[in-house]
Design a protein around this ligand. Structure first.
Ligand SMILES: [Zn+2]
Length: 128
């Protein structure tokens, strides 16, 4: 990717000539904070991405943070920062986010159930 895009306002920041570079914050890896970010970004698609992917591929630009969200130098966010201004969408509802981050848990559960089925299939040989 030649540029980073803000998931809230669509602002692009790139390394290409002629493209301005803006402050772009990665989605946090912390589960609860990441959920907050997804919520305020208001894009339901983001709710279905694993946190790891959000962290690698998705960004929010500096416009959505207040001054006190930044560390003194202004180039890094505090750990507690959550986008709070110039939001473009309504926040996602709690019901959409109720299972966030769902994907990973569901996969784990499914494979565990599958394993149990195979195991419990053993005694079936005794059935008539
Ligand atoms: Zn933005």
């Amino acid at each position: 990717m030649a540029y980073r895009k803000c998931e809230i306002c669509g602002l692009r920041s790139g390394r290409k000539d002629g493209m301005k570079r803006y402050f772009m914050a990665r989605f946090p890896l912390d589960e609860l904070r990441c959920k907050e970010w997804v919520k305020v970004a208001g894009n339901e698609d983001l709710a279905y991405l694993p946190i790891q992917k959000l962290h690698q591929l998705k960004f929010v630009c500096g416009k959505h943070f207040i001054n006190s969200d930044f560390k003194k130098k202004g180039t890094q966010l505090k750990k507690t920062a959550v986008p709070s201004i110039r939001l473009t969408s309504k926040p996602l509802t709690d019901s959409i986010l109720a299972e966030f981050p769902c994907h990973l848990f569901k996969e784990q559960q499914a494979s565990q159930e599958g394993f149990q089925l195979i195991k419990s299939g053993g005694p079936c040989g005794l059935m008539p």
